[in-house]
Design a protein around this ligand. Sequence first.
Ligand code: NAI
Length: 318
Amino acid sequence: MPDLRFDGQTVVVTGAGGGLGKAYATFFASRGANVVVNDLGGSFKGEGKSSKAADVVVDEIRSAGGTAIANYDSVENGENIIETAIKAFGRIDILLNNAGILRDVSFKNMTDADWDLVIKVHVKGAYKCARAAWPHFRKQKYGRVINTTSAAGLFGSFGQCNYSAAKLSQVGFTETLAKEGYKYNILCNVIAPIAASRMTQTVMPPEILEVLKPEWVVPLVAVLVHSSNTSESGSIFEVGGGHIAKLRWERARGALLKTGQSLTPGAILKRWTDVNDFSKPSYPDGLADFMTLLEEAQKLGDNEPGEKLELNGKVALI
Ligand code: NAI
């Protein structure tokens, strides 16, 4: 298979002044795309701003013979970033929502300012950029979006509750955009990357960072946003250091109980093993079977009350 190319397409990369964003921008430019290099140029904590971060990357792309233009807006002003693409290149095909900041602090010491800024950049920023690109995608019946989640969002991470909340939002956001965009050929996926950058350089040892080059995240993104991907959408991928794996929701077998007086805490505890039984899981992507479950629940007899029941090895109800 020939290397994937993106000639004539416009790629907007947010937070492209360094780390993963820079790796995306230089890659897509080297494969023929026109690239908008957006970066606010502040610190990793979201303080300050500077045009230098984006300018350096644009210069690098141009020196290598590629086409790029800088944009210095915060992603909260997504419409200006997309407007830069339309003015310079007449279109937008691919949006990589990548910009991000950290304000790590234990939940006990979390301030509203730490919470609000992280939510604003990750949640509002991704929304504003996608919202501004959406009418163009729909009109041309083509669009590819990558949003960025994190292991911290998927699994939780000490000292990162603001970041975790912001990052898991990107999963729900992507799943809904994928559903709404599909018939317009707008495909949206979300990645949980791991890569050496200024964000990770203080928390990982140098020998680990050495094998976590941002460049190793880029090829998966290229596959997902290329026109040859016509169906992969609404998916979550872990990617970094050569490891690439899809993640999905898993539903336990579960318990079905009759609703009414007999649906008591004790009745649920009596079925606790079924609630937790992952031996025959299903992999839902919506509530499709919910009505069937409701109907079936009504056909059941009264639930058995619990007596001397255990929850995770401890007596919970007698
Ligand atoms: P980075 O700090 O090197 O890059 C982020 C870029 O976003 C910076 O250049 C920064 O100036 C820019 N930025 C920050 N706020 C902005 C705003 N309001 N508007 C425009 N640009 C803004 O970090 P890295 O590691 O490259 O992160 C890229 C994305 O990947 C982030 O969303 C991050 O949360 C996510 N991520 C990274 C991981 C890693 O291992 N490096 C792990 C999981 C997620």
